[in-house]
Design a protein around this ligand. Structure first.
Ligand code: UDP
Length: 236
């Protein structure tokens, strides 16, 4: 892959053009950022581990009837993906309180939600990715009402599938972030990644954090946590 094929370089991934105009290659990097890019670092082997974890989870979702952008894993750190027109919002699903909802609403970390809680965030670094309500989404015409309802339905279905998968592997799925896009046929398709960069995972018995919070909060054992999550995800 030469530089002229580089379409976009983000904080954690590089997107490459491929010979097929309907497909892109997403290369996962070891670079890690937190707090709106104010904290920067590297997590050894993260690219390879996150690519593998994401590929396995996207395949699991496909097997359960969820359309995803994954076509194939083509290198250790690279996934071939369907090209999507991404929606300008991120969806967060929370089963337990952690991170920004604790600061915003005073939840105790680890408090169980009565039911899975959905939040939308506007993808805009210059605004610090603010939370947006349905009214904001309508006013700003970010996503149509029908698409928003479909995205909510898909996010809750994905949560049910993943929560069970991780529970079987001794992991609490605390919260996670999803990004959706539209394919050339107009279908709503899951994009981006699902990995310890985008989810909070706690060991079910010890409650040890096995995700990017170890990097965010300088908790140590960062690489080991990603390695452990890959091992759990690979467990049949
Ligand atoms: N998340 C993400 N990308 C973001 C913001 C959040 O992948 O830009 C994930 C994060 O890893 C966590 C969940 O979404 O699993 C909820 O994050 P939260 O709103 O608590 O924000 P944070 O505490 O990460 O700032």
């Amino acid at each position: 892959m030469t530089n002229e094929n580089k379409l976009y370089e983000g904080k954690a991934k590089i997107v490459w053009a491929t010979e097929n105009p309907d497909e892109v290659a997403q290369q996962f990097k070891d670079d890690a950022t937190a707090f709106d890019g104010k904290k920067k670092g590297q997590i050894a082997h993260k690219g390879v581990r996150n690519a593998r974890i994401s590929a396995i989870l996207f395949r699991l979702l496909e097997e359960n009837g969820i359309a995803t952008q994954l076509v194939d894993q083509i290198f250790e750190d690279t996934l071939l993906c369907k090209k999507l027109q991404m929606y300008p919002v991120e969806v967060v699903v929370r089963n337990y309180a952690a991170g920004s909802i604790c600061k915003r609403l005073g939840f105790e970390e680890g408090a169980r939600m009565k039911q899975p809680l959905l939040e939308f965030f506007l993808k805009d670094d210059s605004l610090g990715d603010p939370l947006v309500t349905d009214a904001h989404i309508e006013e700003l015409e970010l996503v149509s009402a029908e698409e928003r309802d479909e995205i909510k339905r898909l996010a809750l279905e994905i949560n049910a599938i993943l929560s069970e998968f991780f529970a079987d592997r001794g992991v609490m799925l605390v919260d996670f972030k999803l990004e959706f896009g539209k394919d050339s046929a107009g279908n709503i398709v899951l994009g981006d990644e699902i990995s310890p960069d985008t989810c909070r995972f706690w060991d079910a018995s010890t409650k040890k954090k096995l995700d990017k919070d170890r990097f965010r909060r300088d908790l140590g054992d960062v690489e080991a946590a990603y390695e452990e999550m890959l091992k759990r995800v690979e467990t049949k």
